[in-house]
Design a protein around this ligand. Structure first.
Ligand code: DON
Length: 320
């Protein structure tokens, strides 16, 4: 079995010239990104880092933020009260679909699609918009383990063009799913999506989730351990949008993608893994990212239900 460093270097080499997929363009700032960026990072729960490519290149976190804001809403409200407001049911619809919102519903289906994420952001506690933003930033800072910043250009770009999200928020206001501070909730949602991260940051954040909420490098408990199970469950069933079922079948670990080209995945008790490559397939998932994760899962036996392998072999590979 190759060492993880050797293997990710070979995957980077194998897929770096893969010329498929499109940049997201519905947020104008995202269409300006260099499509050649390609990075793979692995951070183990005991703090070892393996990586290759443009691992320090900042990009906006986009939908991957939904995972962490959901964790914060769980801490703010508790499991049962949050479940009354946001469901945990996969939809099979695109991430920005409005269709099911206009049915006679009282809550969005799950927190990983845009509607559920906007509702979840609207639940973050705080006395005023500044305090809510500061609480979110402090939460992200704990996960990343260093200072974090919002990319103002992308925030403004999405705020000016996010008409579907605005329409969703209005429908949810109509059904009483969110309050009438709608513009402020949308601003906070667009800000969380515009958080700058690197591929290494994402793998570190995922490693904290793999480690029962404890940061692999700072040792800080960044989210209450009892909620890690809930976060990973919705990632597993809903994190890859209308590819979630196929991802669960092929790769078999909890993950979340974003339209800027990041995919973050959690190998429980082993590692956090992230890939950054901006061109997307029709579902909004990074094309190279999907290839890399499929290969990694096969090589090291990540699939949670692949009992024929005996156990996940990632940690074994660190010593070989
Ligand atoms: O709300 C949006 O549409 C974006 N800020 C985030 C969407 C996203 O990343 C979905 N990913 N596949």
């Amino acid at each position: 079995m190759p060492s993880i460093q050797t293997f990710i270097e070979s995957l980077h080499q194998q897929y770096r010239d893969l010329d498929a997929g499109q940049l997201a363009s519905y947020i104008p700032e995202l269409a300006k990104v260099d499509p050649h960026y390609f990075a793979i990072s692995v951070v183990t729960t005991d703090g070892q880092v393996f990586q290759v490519g443009d691992v320090g290149q900042p990009f906006t976190i986009q939908s991957i933020s939904k995972v962490f804001v959901y964790g914060m809403a769980l801490e703010d409200w508790g499991r049962d009260r949050l479940l009354e407001k946001v469901g945990v049911e996969p939809t099979g619809d695109p991430f920005n679909s409005l269709i099911r919102l206009d049915e006679d519903s009282h809550r969005p289906d799950n927190p990983m699609i845009n509607a559920g994420a906007i509702a979840t952001t609207g639940l973050i506690k705080g006395d005023n918009p500044t305090e809510r933003l500061n609480r979110l930033l402090a939460m992200f800072r704990r996960y990343v383990g260093k200072e974090v910043y919002v990319d103002i250009s992308t925030f403004l770009s999405e705020r000016a063009t996010g008409h579907r999200n605005r329409a969703m928020a209005h429908l949810m206001l109509n059904f009483g799913m969110i309050g009438d501070n709608l513009e402020e909730v949308l601003d906070l949602y667009f800000q969380q999506c515009a958080l700058f991260v690197t591929c290494q940051d994402l793998a570190t954040m995922a490693a904290a989730l793999a480690n029962q909420g404890r940061h692999p490098l700072t040792g800080e408990q960044v989210v209450k351990p009892e909620y890690v199970r809930d976060i990973l469950s919705v990632m597993y069933t809903c994190g890859m949008y209308n590819f979630a079922g196929e991802w669960a079948y092929r790769v078999g670990i909890p993950a979340k993608s974003g339209v800027s080209g990041g995919i973050l995945a959690v190998v429980p008790n082993q590692a956090g893994i992230a890939v950054f490559s901006p061109p997307l397939d029709q579902n909004g998932n990074s094309v190279r990212g999907l290839k890399v994760f499929e290969a990694l899962s096969q090589e090291y036996g990540f699939h949670l239900f692949d009992l024929s392998m005996g156990h996940c072999r990632l940690k074994d590979s660190l010593s070989s």
